[in-house]
Design a protein around this ligand. Structure first.
Ligand SMILES: [Zn+2]
Length: 445
């Protein structure tokens, strides 16, 4: 079976890559402040391609606000399983300040064989792998398929709301989320866990109003310095999270090499990694804390004045299996009790998004794993993902018994999603299409 599928998919690849290049050229940035026309153009073209690929009833879904997701369904044989296939058609912005070496909206094949451009991997590669998978069946689908391609994944998504309003559209046996990737090209990985994400803002106050730094500096505490000291208590000297009550554990699956991590992260020369344990532990099964924004007097507006207040936004990634409200409670409590000099602290809770653990006991996972190993000709390992997909929780509510497969052509080592010079390996797209075709075929047996 694999040989037949592999040759069918190989013949489809020129068309799939042509689609990818066409879609990269459409700057479908759904963020506020960017032109809407290309996003609508992208939605219309994607819809057309999905219809042509064998889902003639696909349509733009009705949503109260924002860009519409594309939804479509095609029935498989009586009694066959139902599979929801997910991808997204919007992309991150690609500002010049990121330092692209080729135009982000001109698909560019470089000497390494990869195709460069914004969205080349995230998630237009997932989208065209979905198209290739549909085409391989030539309208004769072994399962009932429900297609959902959302248009606001990278910004304030409207899809969770849509799923909550229409849970019946998402009832299924298996969700296939094609918006992930292997750690390295050609080495199959099953993603089994995602961290959650909690955040808050913390404001530190020491004075009623700004004071002259010469007249009062010394005994009068500076709010910015107090905030810096408070933030420094969130980690120990090794860089591990030091918040009491926040959980972590070793990662049981495969590891990522420091070399791959550094290549993907572009750490500056001489900068060391933070935290202890394997890279996998630190990325997938231990918490992390970052200050992601700060409000205080800017340098341009500064004068010889002691700052009376300063605020920071804190984001904490939490581990699979943990309770986001409890983890956020622990973070808030830590911030409220560790400021120096009796400074006043006020914490505002912003978000508590669940982590996600992929069930690995069911037939869907087994079929996906076998399909992946057949398509890649290698044993699959289990990896986590440091990112969070709150949508998964919502999908699980809509279809509580369903299984999940999280994969795609976005390899972690080289794809540079959300950064400059994003790229994808076309052969990885081909292998993922083969894997998806094999999965649907196996599942139907
Ligand atoms: Zn994505």
């Amino acid at each position: 079976m694999t040989d037949h599928v592999a040759s069918t998919v190989r013949e489809l690849m020129p068309g799939v890559i042509a689609n990818l290049e066409e879609l990269i050229a459409i700057p479908s940035i759904a963020f506020p402040g960017y032109p809407a026309e290309p996003v609508h153009q992208m939605a219309a073209r994607t819809l057309e391609l999905i219809r042509e690929a064998g889902i003639p009833d696909a349509h733009l879904a009705d949503v109260p606000h924002g860009y519409p997701p594309i939804y479509g369904e095609v029935r498989g044989p009586e009694g066959s399983p139902t599979v929801v296939l997910y991808a997204h058609y919007d992309v991150q912005p690609a500002p010049e300040s990121q330092g692209w070496t080729s135009d982000p909206w001109t698909p560019t094949r470089k000497d390494d064989g990869r195709i460069y451009g914004r969205g080349a991997a995230d998630d237009k590669s997932g989208l065209v792998s979905l198209l290739g998978t549909l085409r391989a069946f030539e309208g004769d689908f072994p399962c009932t398929l429900r297609i959902i391609v959302e248009g606001m994944e990278e910004t304030e998504s409207n899809l969770e709301e849509f799923v909550e309003a229409h849970p019946e559209l998402f009832e299924c046996d298996l969700f296939v989320i094609a918006d992930m990737g292997n750690l390295r090209v050609g080495e199959p990985v099953m993603t089994t866990a995602l961290r959650g994400d909690v955040s808050c803002t913390v404001t530190v106050r020491t004075l009623d109003h700004p004071l002259h730094s010469g007249v009062y500096g010394g005994p009068a505490p500076d709010a910015m310095m107090a905030l810096a000291r408070l933030l420094s208590t969130l980690h120990d000297d090794a860089g591990d999270v030091a918040v009491e009550g926040v959980s972590g554990a070793p990662w049981p699956g495969s590891d990522m090499t420091e070399e791959d991590f550094r290549a993907g992260a572009d750490l500056l020369p001489g900068v060391s990694l933070t935290g202890t344990g394997t890279i996998a532990d630190r990325l997938w099964s231990k918490p992390s804390i970052n200050a992601i924004g700060i409000d205080t007097t800017s340098i341009a507006e500064s004068s010889n004045v002691i700052l009376p207040h300063a605020s920071a936004k804190i984001s904490m990634r939490i581990v699979p299996g943990s309770d986001p409200e409890a983890e956020l409670d622990a973070l808030v409590h830590h911030l409220e009790t560790h400021a120096p000099w009796g400074a006043q602290v006020e914490v505002q809770r912003i978000k508590a998004a669940h982590p996600f653990t992929v069930p690995t006991e069911g037939p869907g996972y087994a079929a996906a794993r076998a399909a992946m190993e057949e398509a890649f000709g290698a044993t699959a390992s289990e990896a986590g993902s440091g990112g969070s997909i709150p949508l998964l929780q919502t999908l699980q509510h809509a279809s509580p018994a369903a299984e999940f497969v999280l994969w795609g052509p976005e390899d972690v080592a080289l794809s540079r999603i959300h950064a400059s010079d994003e790229s994808v390996d076309p052969e990885e797209i081909e292998r993922m299409i083969v894997a998806q075709v094999l999965l649907l075929t196996r599942l139907a047996r």
